[in-house]
Design a protein. Structure first.
Length: 430
């Protein structure tokens, strides 16, 4: 029996994931999709909609709802984590934690990202421990929960017996945007299966540096066109001289590092923060999901973000299940794929995906202009993992000290105390 368990099954993203499994059923013959969540109301609403979606397609697989994590994980071949400890209010708290201290307030980056990691890592590790005891032999944990790379770092260090991978929709979104641009120039359709995007870095701290179609390198015209487009814009998202110098496309989250002042100014316009906006979007989505006549994901789901989420998830599982040997951008321990870098680091990079697992592909190291920032943030990540696992206040203090978006040293203890107090209900390890 082929069983997939989704921890955080009450997420508003779940219908898109269900759609992905429905579209790929012929190659990924799922028997049971378990949706597990600790929130019974959301599980009933989202799960009920998921069941109607599947029934409308002839019930090719069974939807099972559960509030029991161990029951959901039992005999699962794949476990997908898409949870949010503290729910959306905790995200809003993370945003305003940064704002009230004059720092970046964001759910995966800076002090907000650290707060989320402290809440999340113990919960994800508990899922991995349950998998080790109860899941099917060789089961894989696919982690979508942010901060994805940092959480995956903890998995590799503390539950190495369980196969794990961190995933994000940004690489595939970037790939599809590049394809759309090329199609306009070439006036012909490009099958995404022909194209490969090369990316290297950490999750939400990576650089795209090459793109091939059927093995042919297309990067020079792509980056030249992009720089020219930026130069033609009144308010470009990136400084064109920076892109021309790097010859790379930065992950969008690098704006928090490259344009910190601009992002801080944008925060002053809150409310609403992004988290508050999403709370309103989710309220409307849940009302639509509760409609007994609804059997297809509503258009408003795209307002939630997460484009290509179902594609990322189901393509990855399909590649493992069918031993396809495809290339996917994933977060895994790099194990020497990037020469000269610590083999134990979890990086975001292209990997070969087959029945034996997820294997990082060799990649040249990033230039010093990128590596310096990456190494600093990786130091923060490693310290945050120790703080989250052990309730180590010294490690937490040093993590904030290491982060380039952290507070000044003489304000650090104040920020840390505020972070721990704000999240006290979700940080029993402290």
């Amino acid at each position: 029996m082929l069983k997939v368990a989704v921890i955080g099954g009450g997420s508003t993203y779940t219908p898109e994931l269900v759609n992905g499994f429905l579209e790929r059923f012929k190659t990924f013959p799922l028997d049971e999709l378990w949706l597990m969540d600790i929130n019974p109301e959301r599980l009933e609403t989202v799960g009920g909609f998921a069941k109607r979606m599947v029934e409308a397609k002839g019930s090719p697989f069974k939807i099972v709802l559960s509030q029991d994590q161990r029951e959901a994980v039992h005999n699962a071949n794949y476990v997908i984590t898409q949870l949010r400890v503290g729910m959306m209010q905790a995200r809003v708290n993370d945003e305003y934690l940064g704002r009230r201290h004059g720092l970046i307030g964001q759910e995966t980056t800076g002090v907000g990202g650290m707060a989320k990691a402290l809440r999340t890592i113990p919960v994800i590790l508990s899922i991995a421990h349950d998998m080790r005891a109860l899941a099917a032999p060789g089961a894989t944990l696919i982690n979508f929960t942010n901060p994805s790379g940092l959480v995956t770092e903890a998995l590799f260090r503390y539950v190495p017996e369980v196969a794990a991978v961190g995933v994000c929709n940004i690489p595939i979104t970037t790939k599809m945007e590049i394809i759309k641009g090329l199609e306009k120039v070439l006036l012909e359709r490009i099958d995404p299966a022909w194209a490969e995007l090369k990316t290297l870095g950490l999750n939400h701290l990576s650089w795209h540096y090459d793109f091939t179609i059927k093995g042919e390198d297309m990067w020079s015209p792509i980056i030249d066109t992009y720089v020219n487009e930026l130069r033609s814009q009144v308010e470009p998202e990136w400084d064109p001289d920076t892109i021309a110098s790097l010859r790379m496309m930065p992950n969008s989250y690098l704006k928090y590092y490259y344009y910190t002042g601009r992002k801080l100014a944008e925060q002053q316009q809150w409310p609403p923060s992004r988290g508050e906006t999403v709370m309103d979007i989710e309220k409307d989505l849940l009302q639509q999901y509760a409609d007994p006549s609804l059997t297809e994901p509503p258009a408003d789901l795209m307002l939630r973000g997460g484009a290509y989420y179902s594609t990322v998830a189901t393509q990855l599982l399909d590649a493992m299940h069918n031993d396809r040997g495809e290339t996917h951008v994933c977060n895994v321990r790099q194990d020497g794929a990037v020469r000269g870098w610590d083999k134990d680091w979890v990086l975001e990079l292209p990997c070969k995906v087959d029945a034996k697992g997820i294997h990082p592909l060799p990649a040249d190291p990033l230039p010093p202009v990128c590596y310096g920032l990456l190494a600093q943030v990786k130091s923060y990540e490693l310290l945050t993992v120790e703080a989250a696992v052990h309730g180590d206040r010294r490690a937490a203090y040093q993590a904030l000290l290491a982060h380039p978006l952290g507070p000044a040293a003489d304000q650090l203890q104040t920020v840390l105390d505020d972070m721990l107090k704000t999240n006290q209900a979700f940080l029993p390890q402290f």
